[in-house]
Design a protein around this ligand. Structure first.
Ligand code: GLY
Length: 377
């Protein structure tokens, strides 16, 4: 793959930058350890004239709000407004968008303003959707603080909120102006939230890079021990893979769907358990195994591929089986998923580790068999 990466030295030290180049809009993804202060330099570069809106959540605010405010105080003479969301997927709602809107209107944000989203995927999705709609759209910077958001959610411009009848039903494509990935944020994550991120990294390995998959297999100990230097490569590589796919297919007309590997099953597992049993990455872990099993049943891939999935995912403490898979409910939830096109389910299935394809018209009987394969005794 042609590389889209460069290395720059900022006041904070070495920063790797992956570029997302779209027609009419190019933005950097800066990646490094301890690079949060670069936010100040990015705000100076972007030169937004109006007030800045900082959106974060309660958990992240406890650790990083004061650092962030110190940066904003230095570089935003025009002032800034802070909105702290309650933490959790259940708050990814239109109601929260209204609350943010009230704060930002009262605080004086206008069309020349910009938003900083500081937090995990929920904060990024809400703040991005707010930015897409406030006064018909203002720019925003993503500062993701979890692995899931650093390697996936913060890149590529998918924003949105949930509706009681479905996940991410209300949303917009709204690309950020900059993404700032500081691995230091990961040090304070609870272990389950840290570990779930590896499902998305391993997903990038399966869809595009066998070397990344092998790295995750071999380096699980140091990665789980949060050795940040070991984490740089899989995070940078994931960002490159995601950026490369988004640049080819921004609006998911075609290959961007590869990024949904494991998600058709995974979203259904989340929905049928009311988003309470599995974290997103955990559901994706099970979903990738189900997809790999389905690929074997369809004769797309060698039988060794599902056990390889189980082996690597288990190293990160991710679920590889589920005792009571409610097969009928899962099938219904998959039909409701917005990834189904004209009522037809499409799956992303592996051809080998490092290569996937989009497959439509999968017989329901095989989907059932794949679900049986992830049931534990
Ligand atoms: N998370 C999948 C995508 O951004 O397309």
């Amino acid at each position: 793959m042609e590389t889209n990466r460069n290395v720059m030295t900022y006041s904070t030290g070495e920063v790797k930058t992956v570029w997302v180049k779209l027609s009419g809009h190019t933005y950097p993804i800066h990646i490094g350890c301890n690079i949060f202060p670069l936010l100040g330099e990015e705000l100076i570069r972007l030169n937004w004239k109006g007030k800045i809106g900082l959106i974060t959540d309660e958990n992240v605010a406890k650790h990083y709000l004061s650092d962030c405010e110190n940066i904003l105080k230095k570089v935003c003479p025009q002032g800034y407004v802070v909105h702290v969301l309650p933490s959790g997927e259940e708050y990814k709602t239109l109601e929260q968008i209204e609350h943010i809107c009230t704060s930002m209107l009262k605080g004086g944000l206008d069309r020349s303003s910009g938003i900083v989203a500081l937090g995990g995927g929920v904060v990024g999705d809400i703040a991005g959707y707010f930015s897409a709609s406030y006064m018909r759209g203002i720019p925003f910077i993503q500062v993701p603080t979890t692995i899931v958001s650093q390697v996936d959610a913060s890149i590529g411009g998918k924003t949105g909120v949930n509706h009681p009848l479905g996940k991410n039903i209300l949303g917009a494509f709204h690309q950020p102006h900059s993404v700032l990935i500081d691995l230091n944020f990961l040090k304070t994550l609870p272990i389950r939230i840290y570990a779930e991120g590896f499902a998305e990294i391993i997903k990038h390995g399966v869809i595009a890079d066998e070397g990344l998959f092998k790295y995750c297999m071999d380096k699980a100990d140091s990665l789980m021990n949060r050795v940040l230097n070991s984490l740089l490569y899989p995070v940078i590589r994931s960002c490159e893979i995601k950026a490369d796919i988004v640049m080819q297919d921004e609006k998911e007309q075609n290959i961007r769907a590869y990024l949904n590997y494991g998600h058709t099953f995974g979203h259904a597992f989340e929905a049928v358990t009311d988003y309470k049993k599995f974290l997103h990455g955990e559901a994706v872990s099970l979903g990738m195994i189900a997809a790999a099993e389905l690929a074997v049943l369809m004769n797309y891939v060698d039988a060794e591929v599902p056990p390889l999935h189980r082996k690597v995912l288990q190293k990160y403490g991710l679920p590889i089986s589920w005792k009571e898979v409610p097969i009928e409910e899962v099938l219904q939830a998959m039909q409701r998923d917005k990834k189904s096109k004209a009522g037809k389910l499409r799956f992303i299935l592996p051809r080998k580790i490092g290569e996937v394809e989009i497959v439509a018209d999968v017989p329901e009987a095989l989907i059932r068999q794949a679900l049986v394969k992830i049931k534990s005794e």
